[in-house]
Design a protein around this ligand. Structure first.
Ligand SMILES: [Fe+2]
Ligand SMILES: [Fe+2]
Length: 153
């Protein structure tokens, strides 16, 4: 049986822009991989989940390499959060392979949608500012279109 696809897949938004272009590019890929998982039929979940796992490995290694190479302070808690995500992905891949458990994949995908904004705003944003400062000698100016202020609704 094919699960109903999520009505609204995750979309890239200017609210995700952090200002260090290499990271923003990787984060666009993250959103695309998650959206592909949301739209996938059950039969496509294994290949989409593997694609996400490959993306996440590269994404997290890239950020961890930047932190190591530049002696970024407080890198460990950021890396720990990445490791927790990868662990969950591997566990869900195993459940899918062994039992065909598509429900747990759908739960993981929703957890990723919920997890990303907080991780990006908190841990990735400080790394982005750090990297941009090293590259350009100042924190980036981030222009965001169409982001309503909390008071405007
Ligand atoms: Fe990231
Ligand atoms: Fe990160």
């Amino acid at each position: 049986m094919t699960e109903p696809k999520t009505a609204a897949a995750m979309e890239w938004s200017d609210s995700f822009v952090l200002g260090y272009p290499a990271m923003d590019h990787t984060h666009q890929e993250f959103v695309a991989c998650v959206a592909a998982l949301q739209r996938a039929d059950d039969a496509d979940l294994p290949v989409r989940l593997q694609a996400f796992a490959d993306h996440a490995m590269a994404h997290f290694q890239q950020e961890e390499r930047w932190m190591t190479e530049t002696d970024f302070p407080a890198a460990q808690c950021h890396a720990d959060e990445h490791a927790a995500v990868l662990k969950s992905v591997r566990e869900v891949q195993a459940l899918l392979a062994e039992r065909g458990d598509v429900g747990v994949v759908r739960q993981l995908v929703q957890a990723l949608v919920d997890w990303f904004p907080g991780h990006a705003d908190y841990l990735d944003a400080s790394l982005s500012h750090w990297m941009a400062k090293r590259s350009y000698g100042g924190a980036p100016v981030v222009l965001r279109r169409g982001v309503a202020s909390p008071a405007s609704n």
